[in-house]
Design a protein around this ligand. Structure first.
Ligand code: COA
Length: 221
């Protein structure tokens, strides 16, 4: 009896593993057109930007693409926005910053991008994400979310996360997961506000004496 149920459990586990791998492969195979269709109800976003008591209506366009087919201007905008927002966190942390390695990560063949443009045609916010298996589960791994300083606190970040959650649900991924530096207090508050909590894979509560300068957060969908 024991052996039978043991074997049964193992078969179920193997089946789940295969199903999950299949889900991720299918999500990776989605064309840009497929992905665009999936986010078709989120392609534009309007918000009131209040500056010195003056209300300015701002319109943003959302789009989705692959890291490997970004053009040179888009790559430049993405890299600059990353460095403007994040370089100071590397300067104060013990992890070193390697721009060449960062470029390879940003423009990897598995990278998917949610891009936000304003009327100037510049990328003013984006998320770099990937469909992947993480600790045996199909996930959307959020590698980056970046909003240019002038447009922070306009709920653009929240809108990006809503769209990623929508993609997560449509493609049957189990959760969204990300890494955030402990020193990035604003981002931590932002994620917490959106119900992201420490993932089971977060290493901070483990028994080892290693000091980690980041948290792994996730939200199950
Ligand atoms: C973190 C970041 C993506 C947030 O995007 P954003 O557009 O500025 O945030 P939003 O306006 O969408 O805020 C969404 C919610 O989070 C809350 N929030 C955002 N920043 C916050 C802060 N510093 N403190 C407390 N709450 C905060 C907002 O109050 C809002 O809640 P509400 O909608 O209920 O009012 C953006 O500030 C950013 O790009 N920062 C620099 C890059 C970075 O740190 N990226 C994350 C790397 S892990």
């Amino acid at each position: 009896m024991y052996r039978k149920s043991h074997r049964y459990k193992r078969t179920i586990k193997q089946k789940n593993k295969n199903d999950y791998r299949c889900l991720v492969n299918n999500a990776k195979k989605l064309s840009i057109e497929n992905l665009r269709q999936q986010i078709s109800s989120y392609l534009s976003y309007e918000v009131d930007k209040v500056d010195l008591a003056q209300v300015d209506k701002k319109k943003f366009d959302f789009n989705v693409t692959f890291g490997q087919i970004l053009n040179a201007n888009q790559m430049r905008d993405i890299f600059e926005l990353f460095e403007n927002n994040m370089k100071s966190f590397y300067d104060i942390s013990n992890s070193s910053y390697d721009p060449i390695e960062k470029r390879a990560e940003l423009f990897h063949r598995d990278s998917r991008y949610l891009l936000v443009n304003d009327t100037t045609d510049h990328i003013v916010a984006y998320s770099h994400f990937r469909f992947d298996i993480d600790f045996k589960l199909p996930v959307i791994y959020i590698y980056e979310i970046q909003v240019t300083k002038a447009y922070q606190n306009l709920r653009l970040g929240r809108q990006i996360m809503i769209i990623l959650e929508h993609l997560c649900q449509l493609n049957k991924m189990k959760k969204l997961i990300l890494t955030v530096k402990k020193s990035n207090v604003h981002a931590l508050k932002f994620y917490y506000r959106l119900d992201y909590r420490k993932d089971t894979s977060d290493p901070n509560d483990s028994d080892t004496e290693t000091e980690y300068d980041y948290f792994i957060l996730s939200k199950t969908i």
